[in-house]
Design a protein around this ligand. Structure first.
Ligand SMILES: [Zn+2]
Length: 198
């Protein structure tokens, strides 16, 4: 009998973030730099604590998905970076610099945990979670998705399936094909309502 993983949706700004409750807890995405008090409040509302979170994964390194990464690392949460994301960690730094965001801190590259996509199932298993992580580019080159064996996928800003035809982007079509091959039947986005795939 396969263990189902409880996933909690956290929203304290514009981005839906997800907390995977395995034997270890993985947070997927953060909101913008400066939202840390709202994140704490959101956790508090659910009687969760930041100390209980082991890892942070980021679906892609746009500012509304990684703004708190360095703050959370300073609080003891380990940032897990997939090999396909390694070159993108600082791609949003300029956005925060441009807006003179006093809260933003860049990621310390020395402190990250690098995981190869090919080893993602092993990593999730180590966290008590049955699933895998897929590279799903289209919205951005560094985009990844967490796919649970029960058929749920968490895809960040991947464009919804009903919009794919509008983009004429083979890489996007290929990302959705990967999700279908993985038997995904429900998709959770960062900014859209869930999509059920038949
Ligand atoms: Zn994005």
């Amino acid at each position: 009998m396969q263990q189902m993983t409880e996933v909690i949706r956290l929203k304290y700004g514009n981005t839906a973030c997800y907390l995977f409750q395995g034997t270890k807890k993985i947070l997927l995405d953060t909101d913008w730099a400066g939202t840390l008090p709202r994140f704490f409040h959101e956790l508090g509302q659910r009687r969760l604590t930041v100390q209980a979170i082991d890892y942070l994964l980021v679906t892609h390194y746009h500012p509304d998905h990684m703004g708190l990464a360095a703050d959370l690392m300073a609080l003891g949460i380990r940032l897990v970076v997939l090999d396909c994301q390694r070159a993108y960690l600082h791609h949003s730094d300029y956005v925060f610099e441009k807006e003179h965001n006093q809260f933003f801190r860049p990621i310390n590259d020395q402190a990250i945990k690098l995981v190869k996509l090919a080893n993602s199932r092993t990593f999730l298993h180590h966290c008590g979670i049955n699933g895998t992580i897929l590279s799903t580019p289209g919205h951005s080159a560094d985009s990844i998705s967490i796919v649970l064996d029960d058929g749920e996928a968490f895809v960040g800003d991947l464009y919804p399936l009903d919009q794919v035809a509008l983009y004429h982007k083979p890489i996007l079509t290929s990302s959705w094909r990967k999700l279908k091959v993985a038997n995904v039947h429900q998709v959770h986005f960062a900014h859209y309502a869930d999509e059920v795939i038949s």
